[in-house]
Every structure is written in C-alpha cells, then in structure tokens.
Design a protein around this ligand. Structure first.
Ligand code: ATP
Length: 241
C-alpha cells in the first residue's frame, strides 16, 4: 500500500473532528472520501499532509510511519495537498503561482518542459500566464492549483473539494484533468461534497460520518447502494428502484 491510515484520531481543542478513521490508497488508485459537512474529511486530509498532529493512530507511507511529520517533509515524500479554498496567491501572476509548485526542485529545465506539457492541456491557463492569479475565475484557479501541485511531482494527490463553487462546465474540465492525472499513475485521495462525481472518478470509496468511516467499498457498488443514494446522492430509494 502507498498510504495506510489506521485508527486516526484528530482534535481541535476538545472537539474530536476525526474519531476513528482507517483507510488505504494503493499505488495508482483513486479513492474517494465522501460524507456530510463536518464529517471530518478535510481534517483527515490535512493530517495526512502533516498540517495537523493526530491525537492517536498511525499514518504510513509505503510502510513508514509519518504521522506528526512536518508538512514540508511529507511533501518531499511525494504527498501533495490541494486544499479547499485553493491557496491562491492573488497578487502574483499565474506563472509565478505555478512555479511555486516546483519550489525546491533543482531540475529547472525539466520543470519548464513539464510546465509546457501541462499548459498544452490547460489552454485557459496558457493564455493567462502573466495575469494576476486573483483575476482568474474559480474554475481556472482550481486548475491552476492542481497544476501547481503536479509540478511538485507528487505520487499521491490529496484533493479537497475540487468541484466546490464551480459552474458545471468547469467541474467537467477539472475532473477531466483529474482523470488525466490518474492515467499518468499518480494516486488520488479525493474529498468531495458531490458524491456522485466522486464515485464516478474513483475506484474505491469510504463514507465518513461524524468522524468515523461508516461504509467502504468499490465506488460502483456504493453508487448503486439504495441507502447511500438516499443519504448522499440526492435520489430517494423509490427513485433508485
Ligand atoms: P466540510 O465538507 O464542511 O469541510 P469536513 O467533512 O471536511 O466538512 P472538517 O472540516 O474536517 O469536516 O471538520 C470536522 C469537524 O471539525 C467539524 O465539526 C468542524 O466544525 C471542526 N473543525 C474544523 N476545523 C476546525 C477548527 N479550525 N477549529 C475547531 N473546529 C474545527
């Protein structure tokens, strides 16, 4: 396994945001983490990325315990978080924002060629490289931060709500980028409010409720589960029949 989380517990003061989470992501796999607001999905991602120290439990990267490791070291291992709210530097240009993703890399020529390759599939960004990032649309910003994360050469991308606040046409573009990333062999742990979308673009999924994993399985099986459809997929049991 690439990533294994066992019995994770994470608190904000006295609030137990994550009570007991165990999950795994295999090499090359796309795994979704779905569930209602406040279930603890973002906290699970942030803790995996080294932004929070868990109260209990283990996070293993290729078998090595990494819980509590500093975020920059976790990043060096190949785990990259694309946070909710995006973390755009609005006054900097699109190009500068993108190059931040390659910070610390010493193979400048390689970075340039990877950037050019990425921009070929992201023409909207290519046209806007010199523009201030704060002037991009929400969807363009989302593409930019995903592209930025890719320039860090991650093995595992942690994506927090990539569809948040985007128009349907941009959601499709963002997810086609996500699909392309997976086809390149990068593993994904995807948190999404839009459970239907998350299940469509993943092979396995976990359903989180109140800080714990309530259900797990193949995404196609979960998408067909009548109770899950009623709870998260916006269809009633009667409609699903
Ligand atoms: P959402 O989709 O709304 O982001 P989520 O499943 O990602 O939900 P988290 O953001 O991980 O959930 O939040 C889990 C719990 O932790 C919630 O009860 C939330 O109120 C609480 N929480 C999150 N961030 C903080 C914080 N900085 N301080 C205190 N409590 C927090």
């Amino acid at each position: 396994m690439l990533l294994t989380i066992e019995a994770l517990m994470v608190c904000y003061g006295h609030v137990q945001a994550v009570r007991h989470v165990s999950l795994a992501v295999a090499e090359g796999e796309a795994v979704a983490l779905i569930g209602a607001n406040g279930a603890g999905k973002s906290t699970t991602l942030k803790t995996t990325a080294g932004l929070m120290v868990p109260k209990a439990g283990q996070i293993r990267w290729r078998g090595q315990a990494i819980q509590g490791m500093e975020a920059h070291r976790v990043h060096q291992l190949g785990i990259s978080l694309v946070p909710e709210g995006r973390g755009v530097f609005p006054q900097m240009s699109v190009l500068e924002n993108l190059l931040m993703g390659a910070y610390g890399r010493k193979d400048g020529i390689r970075v340039r060629s990877e950037l050019e390759e990425l921009l070929e599939v992201l023409p909207r960004l290519k046209e806007r490289l010199q523009q201030k990032a704060g002037t991009l649309s929400g969807g363009e910003q989302q593409m930019m931060v995903i592209a930025r994360a890719l320039l860090g050469q991650p093995r595992l991308l942690l994506l927090d709500e990539p569809s948040m606040g985007l128009a349907p046409v941009m959601v499709r573009e963002v997810f086609s980028l996500i699909e392309r990333i997976q086809s390149r062999g990068v593993s994904l742990l995807l948190v999404e409010q839009n459970a239907r979308l998350a299940l469509r673009y993943s092979q396995r999924a976990y359903v989180m409720e109140q800080g714990t994993i309530r259900q797990e399985g193949r995404s196609s099986d979960l998408a067909a589960d009548p109770l899950l459809q009623e709870a998260y997929l916006g269809t009633t049991v009667a409609e699903a029949k």
